[in-house]
Design a protein around this ligand. Structure first.
Ligand SMILES: [Zn+2]
Length: 153
């Protein structure tokens, strides 16, 4: 494992953990699944739980998924794209592109942001609002007891 990104489930992503990103000593166990069916893991050392990101848009990108997720989390927390661009050193266009891609994998990205980054539900909604995507499908109120549409013409 030199420059390759380790798979989630092989190391602890908690920076405060003694075995943070330590592939050799980490003891990670499977820890159930999220409501959306994403595999969740727990570090046996610090007890932190996290979800897998493999298979999402971040897999195989030049920029580590961690950086992309951090940028999205910052955005969700209300930071401006221009600020994130300055702090993280990414182009604004790049951050926006990630956001658009993230929106197309909304369920997985939501699970990761909420589980791994403690981003709140309302903040996630704000995040999708940037790209005009509804993270959750809103239940469309159905007209009940009405006549068939187009019947009276
Ligand atoms: Zn840990």
């Amino acid at each position: 494992m030199t420059s390759q990104l380790a798979e989630v489930g092989q190391f602890c992503p908690n920076e405060a953990c003694e075995f943070y990103q330590d592939l050799k000593q980490a003891r990670i166990i499977r820890y159930g699944k999220t409501a959306k069916g994403t595999q969740r893991y727990q570090c046996k050392h610090c007890g932190k739980t996290f979800v897998e990101t493999k298979g999402t848009l971040f897999h195989g990108k030049h920029t580590p998924g961690k950086d992309i997720l951090e940028a999205l989390a910052m955005l969700a927390e209300g930071m401006r794209i221009s600020s994130i661009s300055r702090v993280k050193g990414f182009k604004e266009d790049t951050v926006l592109r990630w956001l658009r891609e993230a929106a197309s994998h909304a369920e997985q990205v939501e699970a990761v942001l909420m589980d791994n980054y403690q981003v709140q539900r309302a903040q996630i909604d704000g995040l999708w609002a940037y790209v005009g995507h509804k993270g959750r499908k809103k239940a469309t109120p159905r007209a009940t007891g009405g006549a068939h549409s187009g019947a009276a013409r």
